[in-house]
Design a protein around this ligand. Structure first.
Ligand code: NAP
Length: 308
């Protein structure tokens, strides 16, 4: 028979493990299903300075492990597996995993978001051969080399700053003439040695067996140029990882799970937390806050719906 839990959490990022901590601490049986490692997107962040309680900052991977251990201390289980299908309308709800299945009376969706690609020909084929979506993960491969980062948000600037400490030359390519990133990051760019190419977009990836450079186009004049480089780090935003729930849970036009500040979706007993949920500010601290809120409303749901 499939294992049955009071609460199943899909995704082990800060939202997922905070929900698991609160639910387990409230006495419910909880399983977190995580396909990679604890921490989600946060685990790929070199250094986190804006999560309270760490006066010197903390590395993202380590913080993910701490969150996992904190939830497990109260009995939450981690199942390292991939959820391949869900039935969120049945009672109990059913999750099919690559290596089995489980049921749960309530489900918390905490799947986060995936890097957006540029959609260029051969971008996928050059992944790990010059094209990367995570400087913390792959930056060391480019030590002493020449790299470019594309994007103008917090992630792009963070990645450029991280790479400027490792690489011989870092160029930040942005399609407009001002950055979207918070001023705290923009200020750090000034002394970092990162060169900025404004009003520019990547038109083509130049390569042999690996990436060798970029063909760029000015977005204002249309002028075309070539930038030789060993690596390209793409940081142009994220897309919510919610395809699995399409048709069962309401999604907005961009694919985010529709839920208000209570984290309740329209499906009874199904909650959405963290970066995958519609919300104005996607941060570690807001994902964690979602987890606590979801636990509160999951508890309310579990106590008012007796087990089938
Ligand atoms: P983002 O804030 O959505 O920024 C995406 C950037 O990529 C924008 O500058 C955008 O240009 C550009 N862009 C989008 N599509 C593009 C394309 N096809 N070609 C070229 N450029 C493209 O995404 P993010 O930086 O990944 O951040 C995601 C969320 O996580 C945000 O809410 C962010 O605040 C948060 N975050 C927070 C921190 C932190 O606080 N430490 C760190 C990282 C991320 P335009 O500006 O022209 O639209």
């Amino acid at each position: 028979m499939d294992a049955c839990y009071d609460v199943a959490v899909i995704g082990g990022g800060p939202g997922g493990y905070t929900a698991a901590l609160y639910c387990a601490r409230a006495g419910f049986s909880v399983a977190v299903v995580e396909k990679l490692s604890a921490g989600g997107q946060m685990a790929t962040t070199d250094w986190v300075d804006n999560y309270p309680g760490f006066d010197e900052g903390v590395d993202g991977f380590g913080l993910g492990e701490k969150m996992q251990r904190g939830a497990e201390r109260f009995g939450a289980a981690t199942i390292y597996d991939e959820v391949t299908a869900v039935d969120l309308t049945s009672d109990p709800k059913r999750l099919t995993l690559a290596g089995g299945a489980l049921t749960a009376r309530a489900v918390i969706l905490a799947t986060g978001a995936l890097p957006r690609t540029l959609g260029l020909p051969e971008e996928e084929a050059l992944r790990s051969r010059g094209v990367s979506y995570c400087a913390t993960c792959d930056g060391m491969f480019y030590k002493g080399k020449t790299v470019a980062v594309v994007g103008g948000g917090n992630s792009a600037v963070e990645e450029a700053l991280f790479l400027s400490r490792l690489c011989a030359r870092v160029t930040l390519i942005h399609r407009r003439d001002s950055l979207r990133a918070a001023s705290v990051y923009v200020r750090q760019l000034k002394d970092s040695g990162v060169e900025i190419l404004w009003n520019s977009r990547v038109r083509r990836l130049l390569h042999g067996d690996r990436l060798t450079g970029l063909e760029l186009e000015r977005t204002d004049t249309g002028a075309v140029s070539t930038l030789p480089c060993d690596g390209l780090f793409v940081a142009v935003g994220r897309v919510p990882d919610t395809g699995l729930f399409r048709g069962q849970v309401e999604l907005d036009t961009q694919g985010y799970l529709v839920a208000d500040e209570t984290t309740r979706t329209r499906l009874p007993g199904v909650f959405a937390v963290g970066d995958a949920r519609t919300k104005p500010l996607r941060q570690i601290v807001t994902a964690a806050a979602d987890g606590a809120v979801a636990s509160h409303f999951a508890e309310e749901y579990l106590l008012s719906h007796s087990a089938p």
